[in-house]
Every structure is written in structure tokens, then in C-alpha cells.
Design a protein around this ligand. Structure first.
Ligand code: NAP
Length: 309
């Protein structure tokens, strides 16, 4: 087993992790950036980013992720694709250990940037038909539903934005939401309301996804009348929010009641020298720009921490 020593190990190469790496490297720190998939995080599967300042012309999440990656590479940072098996925090300076299959990373500080994943509905048929009509990514799967009928579940920005994107492909889209009000921004709600392909199915929850080889329909329940109905559709896109990726986060790091890591204004957790940035943090606004900001703050705070010991 190889042992490698770093000033800072950044876990997760989404926007928060890549920005943290750029700032840490420019601050003169010896940086490792670990990622288990392709760099970019959730934005890789986002069709279009409309609100990242400076990119006022259409840019896809994938393109923005690649620009961030190239920016990292410009400073000599290459994300290491690896799966973390275990993390041991230490009271001793430079004693934190991150175990992967081939390397033990020993580090003075850690920045957790490992984000969040789509929340499952945990209804019958959801797991069974994932990849066979059930999807959590319109950008990845919309093309499979050309001229078909689909349902989108959720009432937040993701559900409504992705529903609008799906209407470029499908003939008909049922937007199913458990309340009669959306939490998405008004500008997006207005676009949905004006779209002739979208039919709203409000105050309704999905009970069951049905099908044979692929999805054929949804069993729905109106939460006001309790009436049960069946809807014939070819696909179900689920956008029910996200849950923090905290499986590898050590127990001693404080989390809020929803499982997100609690940080202070320097992005430091309750453990000195251990920071978190981006969607994994307990925070008010989860956006690319706030993830980048968190990453920059965490990197500079890590530098000050190392200098102060
Ligand atoms: P979200 O805002 O948490 O919305 C999740 C939606 O799913 C809510 O409407 C919720 O219903 C519904 N839901 C949750 N659990 C459900 C269940 N078991 N059954 C049925 N429905 C369920 O998540 P999001 O839309 O993914 O957005 C996440 C964050 O990213 C937000 O801060 C959002 O503003 C941001 N975002 C921003 C943009 C943008 O600015 N362009 C784009 C995408 C996302 P209730 O409303 O009843 O709770």
C-alpha cells in the first residue's frame, strides 16, 4: 500500500471541489483531488446553466464542468479517480488518513465536497424500472422518449426546468406534484404554465410505477379526494430533491437534522482542519456559484489553519 502525504485532500470534483483545488493550489498547498466518477458532479447531467455569471450565452452543465476541469489542469491538478473505503480523523496535526484501494492519503486538512444525490420516492416499481423508463436525469434520457408520453414528479426548480427540457422531445408531459403550489421560481412556473405540452396533475402523489419489460403507467392518488387513478405513460422522471452523500463522512462530524454537514463561516466543520463545501453543507442556497464560493473559502481557510499550527 502506498502512503502519500498532502496539505489538503479534497473529496469530490464537482464545482465546489474543483474551485477548492484551484484556490488551494494557488495558495501554495500540496493538493490531492479525489473523485469516484467523472469530474463535474451534478452539473454534468444538467442541460443548461442559465445563471452562472459571465456565461450568458447558452452553456451546458457538461461544458461548464469541462471548463472547470481544464482550469484545474492549468494549475497542474488532475483529479484522481478512486473509491474511498474509510476515513480516520486524528487529533494529531497531519494525521488524518483516507484509505483507498491502493493508496493511504495522509493529510493536514480535508475538504469534503462530495455533494448530494437524487432523493428516491421509495415506491413500488421505482427500483425495478430504473433504466427501463424511470430516470433521474432528463439530459441523459430525454431522447429515449421522443414522441412519447412521460410524467415528471416534483414541484421544485429541477422538476420544472427538466420538464421544460423534456417537452423538446415528448408529445405530452404530466407534471405531478403533491401540493397545489410550486416551490420553483415564478419565472420557471410561468414558462411551464404557458407550455401546451404540459398538463398539471396537482395535489397528487404516485403510489406505484407499473409495467412489464418497461414502464407502462403510474398509479396515482389525489391527496384531497383520495381517489386512485391510473395514468398510461412511457416514462417517469423523478425530481424530488436531493440527499447529502454522507456515507463516507466520519460519525464525529456534526450534521443537521437533514443529514447535511454543519459548517461555520470559514466552511470549517466541528473538527479543526476539516472543512466542507458545496451541496453537502447545511446551507440556504445550493447553486453552482455558491458551491464555488464555498470551495474558495474552504481552501483559503485550510491554508490559514495549516499556517497557524
Ligand atoms: P427541491 O427544491 O427540494 O424540490 C423537491 C420537490 O420534490 C418539491 O416540490 C417536493 O414537494 C417534491 N418532493 C419531495 N419528496 C417527494 C415525495 N416523496 N413525493 C413527491 N414529491 C416529493 O429540489 P430541486 O428542485 O432539486 O432543487 C434543489 C435545489 O437546487 C433548490 O435550492 C433549487 O432552488 C436549486 N435549483 C436551482 C435551479 C436554478 O436556479 N436554475 C435549478 C435546479 C435546482 P414539496 O414542494 O411539497 O416539498
Amino acid at each position: 500500500m502506498n502512503i502519500e502525504n498532502y496539505d489538503v485532500v479534497i473529496i469530490g470534483a464537482g464545482p465546489a471541489g474543483m474551485c477548492a483545488a484551484i484556490y488551494a493550489k494557488r495558495a501554495g498547498l500540496n493538493v490531492a483531488l479525489l473523485e469516484k466518477n467523472y469530474p463535474g458532479g451534478q452539473i454534468v447531467i444538467t442541460d443548461e446553466i442559465e445563471n452562472y455569471p459571465g456565461f450568458f450565452e447558452k452553456i451546458s452543465g457538461y461544458e461548464l464542468a469541462n471548463k472547470l476541469l481544464r482550469h484545474c489542469q492549468k494549475f497542474g491538478i488532475e483529479p484522481q479517480i478512486t473509491v474511498i473505503q474509510k476515513i480516520e480523523l486524528s487529533k494529531k496535526f497531519a494525521g488524518h488518513k483516507i484509505y483507498t484501494e491502493n493508496v493511504i492519503y495522509e493529510t493536514k486538512s480535508i475538504i469534503f465536497c462530495n455533494g448530494a444525490n437524487p432523493r428516491k420516492l421509495n415506491i413500488s416499481g421505482e427500483a425495478e424500472f430504473t433504466g427501463r423508463g424511470v430516470s433521474y436525469c432528463a439530459t441523459c434520457d430525454a431522447a429515449f422518449f421522443k414522441n412519447k408520453k412521460v410524467a415528471v414528479i416534483g414541484g421544485g426548480d429541477s422538476a420544472l426546468e427538466e420538464a421544460l427540457y423534456l417537452t423538446k422531445f415528448v408529445d405530452k408531459l404530466f407534471l405531478i406534484h403533491r401540493r397545489d403550489k410550486f416551490r420553483a421560481l415564478k419565472i420557471i412556473v410561468d414558462k411551464v404554465m404557458a407550455n401546451p405540452k404540459i398538463e398539471l396533475v396537482l395535489e397528487t402523489i404516485p403510489l406505484k410505477i407499473i409495467g412489464e419489460k418497461n414502464v407502462k403507467g403510474l398509479t396515482l392518488k389525489n391527496v384531497k379526494t383520495e381517489k386512485i387513478t391510473e395514468l398510461a405513460i412511457d416514462g417517469v422522471f423523478i425530481f424530488a430533491g436531493y440527499i447529502a452523500n454522507t456515507e463516507i463522512i466520519p460519525q464525529e462530524i456534526e450534521k443537521d437534522e437533514n443529514g447535511y454537514i454543519v459548517v461555520d463561516k470559514k466552511q470549517q466543520t466541528n473538527i479543526k482542519g476539516v472543512f466542507a463545501a458545496g451541496d453537502i453543507c447545511s446551507k440556504f442556497l445550493r447553486q453552482v456559484i455558491t458551491a464555488c464560493s464555498d470551495g474558495a473559502i474552504a481552501a483559503i481557510a485550510a491554508m490559514h489553519y495549516i499556517d497557524s499550527v
